[in-house]
Each structure stands twice: as C-alpha cells, then as structure tokens.
Design a protein around this ligand. Structure first.
Ligand code: AMP
Ligand code: MG
Length: 426
C-alpha cells in the first residue's frame, strides 16, 4: 500500500494543515527499527542501543555484605531490653573471606562491603557503639537484618538486567560492568546523509560573494546528529538544480538509512525538492500547523544504481531555527526509533511561569525560544530577544523551548506555560 493511501486512513485530516501531533504519529507509524547488530566492547556501547536482553549471569552483589563500617553480630544475642556487651573476636575486611565462627555473645568488627561471618544477620554502625577494651556495648533498638545488603538485591541471577531496546548511558555501562560483561550486542549505527540546498549558500572557508550566506544548517545538523550518535555522511551544499539534486538524493539513499536535507521544500521558484520526490520515491509534503517550521517533507526515496536499500527522507525547511525545531520535534524521535530505542527517550514538558505576555493564536503549535531561570518563587521563563525563524542567535541565547500547544491562545504575564529544556542530565 502506498504511503499516501496509508496517510489518508489517518484521521481524515488535511495534509495542508497537519497538527504537530498528527505528523509525529504518522512518522512513528511508518518506521521500523534497524535489525542488524554487532558486538562491541563495553565502552563503545555508550550511546548505542542494546540489541538483546541482557540476562544477569550472577547475583549483584554476589554475597550478602555490610553497608556500614561497624560490628556484625547475631541479632539473637542481643538483650530484649537495654544494652548488650559483646566480645570482639575478629575483623571482616572487604574482599577477604572471614572464616571466624562466632560463639554466643561474640561479634566481629566489619568494614563496608565485607561479607559477615556465617550466622551474622545484623550490622551495627560503629558510631553508636561504645568500645570497652576487647568488648563493645551495643545500645538497644537494633533491627534484625539492618545494614546488610542481600545477595542479588541489585541484580538477581537469571533475570533480565536490561532489555533489548535500552539506550545505553553511563548507568547502563556501570550496570553491565557490575555483571562482568566486557562486550555486548548493540544495533548497528544509523547512517544519516545530510545536505544543504540553495544557490545562495557559501561554504565556510570561502569569502562571501554578494547575496550569499554561509551555510550554517549543515553545522547545526552535524551537531544534533553527532549527539544522537549517528554515522554521518556530509553531502555538502547542492545548488538549486533539479538534475544535481536528483543525483545527490539517489546517491544518498543508496549509502544511508536516512537522508536529511534543508531548504527548498516551500513553494518558491527554486524549491525543487518537492517536484523531485515524485520521481525519486514516495514523499509527502506537509504544511504543519506550527511555528517555526511549517513546510516539511517526509517519505521514502529509492536508491540509485540498482541498490535495493532506499532511505527515509526528511526534507526540512531552510530557515536555520526551523531546521533545529523540526529536527528536535520530529527527526530526533524518528532516528531513535530507527536505532531500535524502545521506548525512544522523551524530553518532558515542565511548567514555568512566563514573565511577560506572548502573542499566540490558537490553531498551531509554537516553539518559542526561551530563557529559563530559577527564582525564589520557582522556575520562570522569558522569551529570547528575537524570535524570527532565521535568527539562529535565538537558539544560542535560549536554554529551552517555550512550547505553546495547538489550542492555546495568547499568554499573559504570570501565566504558566510549558517548557522543554535543551540540556538533559545524561
Ligand atoms: P528555503 O527554505 O530554501 O526557501 O530557505 C529559507 C531561508 O533559509 C532562506 O533565507 C535561505 O537563505 C535560508 N537558508 C536555507 N538554507 C540555509 C543554510 N543551509 N544555512 C543558512 N541559511 C539557509
Ligand atoms: Mg532555498
């Protein structure tokens, strides 16, 4: 079934005025994750997606051990009321087996991480005991089992420690190391080709001629794609020439899983991406009800040279801010889906008080560039100075999007709005 006929089944909406959510849902519904995987060394797995469930081959921790520096004892030896004096008969050190066998009324000194002697079920932290020569006085009120970490309480042997589809971050690396994995299976990297289109574009390193602008989109795309961890294929600047563009798209589709272009998707005289697509594959052109980023192309293009592959195409608008907004709002999730991330990572929307009024009409989503700051009264946000979709400075000054939903009308100073932070902890 063709892309466009599947498209018509969706909500019966008008491709000339698609909401952000409808476009996202449609893109999501089309993409299937890559299936090829490879084995890599543990550190190389950072930022990759786990391809197989990882079953714990051992317990973590492997044996019960002390969570404190203190004294290990048998709870049954403690007086029911009042303090108990116990004789200290040895020391249990982390990493060394402790062969001490305790008689009634005895205990051992124990260090954090050390395995308690057989029969010891309780550790009392050293700060609360009184040392009297070879004996310690344990105050009343100790609970059986306290300060002892149980074998397998972190990860139990035979259980899935991580599921396939997990995007591997620092915690996952540490967790896999704690299980002793030196290498693991991850999905292969996604290959992404990207290019800029436009006769006015000049590449850095060359002086600007009259009417030219430096091509900045390939650099923001390079940055955004690198952060996601894709294998990159930079196809440079392509003139507004339908023959050249067609050739470039064919080559790109043969070499990559995804092709991302910027520029040329609106309805100007030099906007050739659209007419080309009918020739090259099946691509939908949307006017999305959003600001910035209205025109967007999405679909499949066939590979040249008899290659079977083909690639997904995202034809982003040319305006530098629109490139970033459409990348973050549509392409980022799509790439994660193709990479096999399940679920793809989400960047949450958080409430903040807006410091000033904002113009907004219902019927489209807006992604204004905002500056979020913490005050005694909580999180507050104000728009970055200039909001034009060509003004890249607004992205560099901002630290968040102010996300104004489809139905939302004007914002008054003091209203709560939703923001999406550019930076995340991991
Ligand atoms: P277009 O979508 O091709 O009509 O381009 C819209 C606006 O974005 C025009 O002002 C272009 O000059 C500008 N533009 C397009 N591509 C780039 C690029 N790669 N770098 C900087 N500006 C661009
Ligand atoms: Mg153009």
């Amino acid at each position: 079934m063709s892309l466009s006929s599947r498209f018509s089944y969706l909500d019966g909406h008008d491709p000339d005025a698609l909401s952000v959510e409808q476009a996202r849902r449609f893109i999501r519904s089309q993409l299937r994750p890559l299936s090829m995987c490879e084995r890599v060394a543990l550190r190389s797995a950072l930022g990759r997606v786990l391809a197989r469930d990882l079953i714990a081959p051992c317990n973590v921790p492997a044996a019960a051990n002390s969570a404190m520096d203190g004294y290990a004892l048998r709870h049954a030896d403690l007086e029911a009321t009042g303090a108990t004096s116990l004789r200290v008969v040895g020391t249990a050190m982390a990493g060394r087996a402790c062969a001490d066998v305790l008689a009634a009324g005895e205990c051992v000194r124990i260090m954090t991480g050390a395995v308690p002697p057989a029969g010891c079920d309780t550790v009392v932290m050293q700060e609360v005991v009184r040392v009297e020569g070879e004996r310690v006085v344990i105050p009343e009120g100790q609970l059986r089992g306290q300060n002892i970490r149980l074998a397998g309480e972190d990860l139990a042997v035979g259980r899935p420690a991580l599921r396939a589809g997990r995007l591997i971050g620092p915690a996952e690396l540490g967790l896999m190391a704690s299980l002793g994995f030196a290498e693991l299976s991850v999905f292969r990297r996604l290959r992404v080709a990207f290019l800029s289109t436009g006769d006015e574009l000049c590449s850095i390193g060359t002086p600007l001629a009259d009417g030219e602008v430096y091509d900045s989109n390939r650099y923001t795309l390079f940055g955004m794609l690198s952060r996601i961890g894709c294998e990159l294929l930079d196809l440079g600047v392509v003139r507004d020439d339908p023959v050249l563009l067609a050739e470039t798209f064919r080559q790109a589709a043969a070499a990559a899983d995804v092709v991302i272009s910027s520029g040329g998707v609106s309805v100007g005289e030099a906007d050739f991406v659209k007419p080309l697509m009918a020739e090259l594959g099946e691509v939908l052109f949307w006017k999305i009800a959003m600001k910035p980023g209205r025109p967007l192309a999405f679909g499949r293009i066939a590979a040249g040279g008899g290659g079977d592959g083909g690639a997904w195409l995202f034809g982003l608008p040319g305006n530098p801010v629109a490139v970033m907004v459409t990348f973050y709002q549509f392409v980022r999730e799509a790439l994660h889906l193709l990479m096999g991330a399940d679920p793809p990572p989400v960047v949450p929307l958080l409430p903040a008080v807006c410091e000033c009024k904002l113009r907004k009409v219902p019927g489209r989503s807006e992604f204004q560039r905002g500056i979020l700051s913490q005050t005694d009264g909580g999180w507050r946000v104000r728009p970055a100075a200039a909001q034009g979709s060509g003004i890249l400075r607004s992205m560099a000054e901002a630290n968040c999007f102010i996300v104004l939903g489809h139905e939302r009308g004007p914002v008054a100073a003091g209203d709560v709005v939703e923001v999406q932070l550019f930076d995340g902890l991991v």
